[in-house]
Write a protein that binds this ligand. Structure first.
Ligand code: WT7
Length: 656
C-alpha cells in the first residue's frame, strides 16, 4: 500500500514541548518508563493500585486478576461498583453546576447540560426503564442519533445494571434486526429521525421495519425520543414517547451495585465471517481502561479542558471517549449531532473556536476529506484553545499528519495516534503526549501495563523491523470478556491454540522500528477498514449473494485516498454478464441493496462483473489476484493453477 511505503520512510521526530511536558499528567519519558517498570515488576499490584485510586467502589475488591479459567479472565472479581455512579454522583455536589455536555445540533443550536441536570435526567430515564420492567442483566438496544439522550440512555442502563447494545444509526433495519435478535433485547430506544447534514434519517421507521421481520418476541417496548417532530406511527401497547416515559419519574434513582465482572455493554463489530460479533465488556476493568487512558493519553485536566471526541456513540470510540471516559473524569465535553461538512467544511474549526475546545479527537479519514475540501479553512478560525489532538481508527499518512499538526494544531499541539479496538475497550498503543517523542504515522508505544508484542505464526517474537502479528501477552483490565452467546468463537478468534491459548491476537499486522515504536500495517483477516469503520468482506459478500440476481460474489479492499480503503465487489450474476447501460443499472441496484442489508457505509465503491470468479482447481477464490486487479496492478504471478485464467480479462473491466 502506498501509505505504508511512505510511512516506512518517515524519520521526523516531534518531542513534547517543554511547556506541554511541564503540565502533563505523565511528564517525560522517565515517568513513562517508571510506570512501565512498575507494571513489569508487580503486574497485579500495578493495576490494583490504579483501580483503587481512580474508581469509587461500593465494595472494595480483594482479588485482582483471576486467570484460573483462561482465556475467560476476571478482574477485581469480588469488587462492586456502578459506572453511572462513577460518572455522575461522585462529581456532586462539588461539580454540580459544572457543564458536563455541550450539545451542538446539526442546525447549530447549542444546549448545555450540567452534571446536576445530567444526573437528574439519567435517574429519570433509569426510573422510566424500570417502570417498563427492565431489570439488571436485561438487554436494551439503543438506536439513536448523536444526542444528550443517547448518553442519558446509556448511563441509565449502566445505573440499573441493564446491558446496552448501541446500534449505529447508519445501520440498516436488517442489521438492526439481527442485533435485536442476537441480544434478545427487551427494550429498544430510538428517535423519530436523526438529523445530519440537513437531511433527516428515519430511525423509528427502521425499527418498525426490523420488528416486522419477525422473531423478535423478546422486545416488549420501544421508546421513541422526539427529535425532528416528524409524524411516526406509534403501535399501541408497544411504542411510547420518551417524554411521556420520564414524565413524573423521580429524579433520583439508586445506582445498583454491580459486580466488577457483570457485563456493562455489548457492541457488535465485524469479523471474518458473515455474522457480526457481540463484543461483551465488563464493568470494572472497562471503566478503569477508560479513566486511565483519559489521564495518560488525553492528559485530562477536568477543571480547564473542553474535550471533544467526534465519534458517534454507535462505535466503541463513542462509548469510551464520549459516553463514559470524559464523564468519569468530570470533564466538560462537546457532543455533535451533525457531520463535518455541513453547512460547510469549516464546521469542525468553527465549533472548536466556538466552544474553546482544548482536546480534539477524530479520525484520519475526516482529516483527509477536510484537507481536500479546504486546507486553509482552519487558519480562518481561532484555534488557539487547542492543546492536544488525537486520531483513531486507521493509520494516519504522514502528509495528513503534518497538516493536522501544522494547520490545525499550529505546531503547538502533540498528536496522539491511538491504536486500539472495539475488543480492547480503551487505547492500547499511543504516545503519552507529555512524554513520548512522536513520529508521524506510528502509534508509538504501548500504554503502561499493556504487554504488546509482534510474533510470527508460532508465537515467537519476530526480529526488530520485521512484520508480524500484533498480540498482547498478558490479560489487561479493559479487554472484552467474551462474545455474547458465543464463547467458542471468542476463544478461537482472540486466543488461538497456535499461540498457546492465552495470548490476545489483535488481528492486525505490525512492525516495530529501532525505537520499539509500532507501525500498524493492516489487518491479517478478511476485515476492511473503510473510513475507520470495520467491515467484514464476508458480511458484504453474504449481503450481495442474498440478492436474487446474484450467483456469487467476492469482496476485497483497495487503497483509497480519503477513506483509507474502498470496497470492490466482484459479482457473478445468474443471468449473462451485463455490459453498458444494463451493467450500470445493476450496479446502482446492488449498491442500494447492500445499503439496505447492512448500511450505506458498506456500499461497494466499485462493482465488476464476470462470468465466473478466478478459482483454483479445488474451487478456492484467489483473493490475492482480485486485490491486484482492483488496484490495477499488472498480474505477474503464475496463473496456470487457475481453473479459468481467461476470466481475469473480464474482471479488469470496471463498470464506468
Ligand atoms: C481496528 C479496530 C478503536 C476505535 C476505532 C476502530 C484499526 C484502530 C488505529 C490506529 C492504525 C488503527 C486496526 C484495528 N485501527 N486504530 N491508531 N492506527 N490502525 O475500532 O472498529 O474495533 O477497529 O482499527 O486495524 O484492529 P474497530
Amino acid at each position: 500500500m502506498s501509505t505504508i511505503e511512505s510511512v516506512l520512510q518517515e524519520n521526523r521526530v516531534f518531542p513534547p514541548s517543554a511547556a506541554f511536558a511541564a503540565q502533563a499528567n505523565v511528564a517525560g519519558m522517565a515517568a513513562y518508563q517508571a510506570l512501565v517498570a512498575k507494571a513489569a515488576a508487580d503486574y497485579e499490584g500495578f493495576w490494583a493500585e490504579l483501580a483503587r485510586q481512580h474508581i469509587t467502589w461500593s465494595k472494595p475488591f480483594s482479588q485482582v486478576l483471576d486467570e484460573s479459567n483462561a482465556p475467560f479472565y476476571k478482574w477485581f472479581a469480588d469488587g462492586e461498583l456502578n459506572v453511572s455512579y462513577n460518572c455522575l454522583d461522585r462529581h456532586l455536589p462539588a461539580r454540580a453546576d459544572k457543564t458536563a455536555l455541550i450539545f451542538e445540533a446539526d442546525d447549530g443550536t447549542v444546549s448545555k447540560v450540567t452534571y446536576q441536570e445530567l444526573y437528574h435526567r439519567v435517574c429519570q430515564f433509569a426510573n422510566g426503564l424500570k417502570s417498563l420492567g427492565v431489570q439488571k442483566g436485561d438487554r436494551v438496544i439503543i438506536y439513536m442519533p448523536m444526542s444528550v439522550e443517547a448518553v442519558v440512555a446509556m448511563q441509565a442502563c449502566a445505573r440499573i445494571g441493564a446491558i446496552h447494545s448501541v446500534v449505529f444509526g447508519g445501520f440498516s433495519a436488517k442489521a438492526l434486526h439481527e442485533r435485536i435478535q442476537d441480544a434478545r433485547a427487551k427494550v429498544v430506544v430510538t428517535a423519530d429521525e436523526s438529523l445530519r447534514g440537513g437531511k433527516a434519517v428515519p430511525l423509528k421507521a427502521a425499527v418498525d421495519e426490523a420488528m416486522a421481520m419477525g422473531d423478535v418476541d423478546n422486545v416488549q417496548k420501544i421508546v421513541v425520543y422526539r427529535r425532528s417532530g416528524a409524524a411516526v406511527p406509534m403501535q399501541a401497547g408497544r411504542d411510547l414517547w420518551w417524554h411521556d416515559l420520564v414524565k413524573g419519574q423521580a429524579d433520583s434513582c439508586e445506582a445498583v451495585p454491580m459486580n466488577a465482572e457483570d457485563p456493562l455493554f455489548i457492541l457488535y463489530t465485524s469479523g471474518s465471517t458473515g455474522k457480526p460479533k457481540g463484543v461483551q465488556h465488563a464493568t470494572g476493568g472497562y471503566l478503569l481502561g477508560a479513566i486511565l487512558s483519559m489521564q495518560w493519553v488525553f492528559d485530562a485536566k477536568p477543571d480547564t479542558d473542553v474535550y471533544w471526541c467526534t465519534a458517534d456513540v454507535g462505535w466503541i470510540t463513542g462509548h469510551t471517549y464520549v459516553a463514559y471516559g470524559p464523564l468519569a473524569l468530570g470533564m466538560t465535553e462537546v457532543i455533535f449531532e451533525g457531520v463535518p461538512t455541513y453547512p460547510s467544511a469549516a464546521r469542525f474549526w468553527e465549533m472548536i473556536a466556538r466552544h474553546k475546545v482544548t482536546t480534539f479527537y477524530t479520525a484520519p479519514t475526516a482529516i483527509r476529506s477536510l484537507i481536500k475540501l479546504g486546507a486553509d479553512l482552519p487558519r480562518q478560525h481561532d484555534l488557539s484553545s487547542l492543546r492536544l489532538l488525537g486520531t483513531v481508527g486507521e493509520p494516519i499518512n504522514p502528509e495528513a499528519w503534518m497538516w493536522y499538526y501544522e494547520v490545525v494544531g499550529q505546531s503547538r499541539c502533540p498528536i496522539v495516534d491511538t491504536w486500539w479496538q472495539t475488543e480492547t475497550g480503551s487505547n492500547m498503543i499511543s504516545p503519552l503526549p507529555g512524554a513520548t517523542p512522536i513520529k508521524p504515522g506510528t502509534c508509538t508505544l504501548p500504554l503502561p501495563g499493556i504487554m504488546a508484542e509482534i510474533v510470527d505464526e508460532t508465537g515467537h517474537p519476530v526480529p526488530q523491523g520485521s512484520g508480524g502479528m500484533l498480540v498482547i501477552k498478558r490479560p489487561f483490565p479493559s479487554q472484552l470478556r467474551t462474545l455474547w452467546g458465543d464463547p467458542e468463537r471468542f476463544k478461537k478468534t482472540y486466543f488461538p491454540e497456535e499461540l498457546g491459548g492465552k495470548t490476545y491476537l489483535a488481528g492486525d499486522s505490525s512492525r516495530r522500528d529501532e525505537d520499539g515504536y509500532f507501525w500498524i500495517m493492516g489487518r491479517i483477516d478478511d476485515v476492511l477498514n473503510v473510513s475507520g469503520h470495520r467491515l467484514g468482506t464476508m458480511e458484504i459478500e453474504s449481503a450481495l449473494v442474498a440478492n436474487p440476481m446474484v450467483a456469487e460474489a467476492a469482496v476485497v479492499g483497495k487503497p483509497h485516498e480519503i477513506k483509507g480503503e474502498a470496497v470492490v465487489a466482484y459479482v457473478v450474476l445468474k443471468r449473462a454478464r451485463p455490459t453498458g447501460e444494463e451493467a450500470k443499472k445493476i450496479v446502482a441496484e446492488l449498491r442500494d441493496w447492500v445499503g439496505k442489508e447492512i448500511g450505506p457505509i458498506a456500499k461497494p465503491d466499485e462493482i465488476r462483473f464476470g462470468d465466473n470468479l478466478p478459482k483454483t482447481r479445488s474451487g478456492k477464490i484467489m483473493r490475492r489476484l482480485l486485490r491486484a486487479i482492483a488496484k490495477g496492478e499488472e498480474i505477474t504471478q503464475d496463473v496456470s493453477t487457475l481453473e479459468n485464467p481467461a476470466i481475469l480479462e473480464q474482471l479488469k473491466e470496471a463498470v464506468a
